[in-house]
Ligand binder design. Structure first.
Ligand SMILES: *Cc1c(COP(=O)(O)O)cnc(C)c1O
Length: 243
C-alpha cells in the first residue's frame, strides 16, 4: 500500500472526526457521546490495521465469511468487532465467538439461535435490534410497529442482551426526509427505554453512514457506521478505488 493511500485514510478519519464533533456541538451534545465505527467490507487487513493505528476502536463487517477470513490478520487488542449485515441463522455459530456485538437482529428466530449458541459457549451475546425504519419491502429489519413486540419476546430469552437499535434508512437525497427517518427511530429508542423491559437497555443508537452521518447525529445517533468516506468508494467488483 502506498504512502498516498495511508495519507488518504488518515486525512479522511481526521475530517470525519471533526464533522462528528461539529454535528454534536451544533445540537448541544458532547462529541465523546458519538462512537465512530469503521465499516470495512471489501477493505483489506493492511488498510484496516492502519485505521486502527490511527485511533479506530470499532470495526463493522457485513458478511460472516469475509469477517472470518480477515479476523486473524487484524490488530484487535484495543478494537471491538461487530457484525452489521443481515445474518442467517445457520451462520450464528461462526459469529458468536468472533464478534462482540451483532447489530442485525430482526426476528425471534434469530434471537433464539443466538441464545442457543451463547448458552453452549457460556456467554451472553450483546445485540442491537435492526429496525426497517422506512418499512420498505424486501429489506431486512423489523418494522417499527412490530419492534416493541419483538423486544418483549427477546427479553424472555436467556444469554442475549439487547443494547440498542440499528437502522439503514431508505436511500434518498432529501436531507429533511432522511432526518425524519432518524427522528422516528430516536423516538422509538426513547419509548422503549421508558418501558424498562428486562434485559433490554437502550444505550446504542446506531444510525448514519458516509452520506448522512451528520444528520443522524443531529437526530440522536450514538454510533455512526462509516465505510466509503474513510476507505474510498467501493466499485462493483467489491474492491475499493480510493477516490
Ligand atoms: C456498507 C454499510 C455501511 C457503510 O456504508 P458507507 O456508505 O460506505 O459509509 C454502514 N452500515 C451497513 C449496515 C453497511 O452495510
Amino acid at each position: 500500500m502506498s504512502e498516498q493511500e495511508y495519507t488518504y485514510i488518515r486525512d479522511n478519519l481526521d475530517r470525519i472526526r471533526e464533522r462528528i464533533a461539529k454535528a454534536a456541538i451544533e445540537c448541544g451534545r458532547r462529541p465523546e457521546e458519538i462512537q465512530l465505527m469503521a465499516v470495512t467490507k471489501t477493505v483489506d487487513p493492511d488498510r484496516i490495521n492502519y485505521a486502527i493505528e490511527n485511533g479506530v476502536t470499532l470495526i463493522g463487517e457485513n458478511r460472516v465469511q469475509e469477517m472470518l477470513s480477515k479476523k486473524d490478520s487484524l490488530k484487535l487488542e484495543n478494537c471491538d468487532l461487530h457484525i452489521i449485515g443481515h445474518l442467517q441463522t445457520n451462520k450464528v455459530k461462526y459469529v458468536i465467538p468472533a464478534v462482540s456485538t451483532i447489530q442485525s437482529v430482526d426476528s425471534v428466530k434469530l434471537a433464539r439461535e443466538i441464545s442457543r449458541y451463547s448458552e453452549k459457549q457460556g456467554v451472553t451475546t450483546k445485540v442491537l435490534v435492526e429496525v426497517n425504519i422506512g418499512g420498505e419491502e424486501s429489506k431486512s429489519g423489523v418494522r417499527p410497529e412490530d419492534t416493541m413486540k419483538l423486544l418483549e419476546e427477546i427479553s424472555e430469552i436467556g444469554n442475549i442482551q439487547v443494547g440498542g437499535l440499528m437502522t439503514i434508512p431508505p436511500i434518498c437525497d432529501d436531507s429533511q426526509k432522511i432526518r425524519g427517518y432518524f427522528r422516528k427511530l430516536y423516538k422509538l429508542f426513547v419509548d422503549i427505554e421508558a418501558k424498562k423491559i428486562d434485559n433490554i437497555s437502550m444505550g446504542i443508537l446506531s444510525m448514519g453512514m458516509s452520506d448522512d452521518y451528520y444528520e443522524a447525529i443531529l437526530e440522536g445517533a450514538t454510533m455512526v457506521r462509516i465505510g466509503s468516506a474513510i476507505f474510498g468508494k467501493r466499485d462493483n467488483t467489491g474492491r475499493n478505488s480510493f477516490k
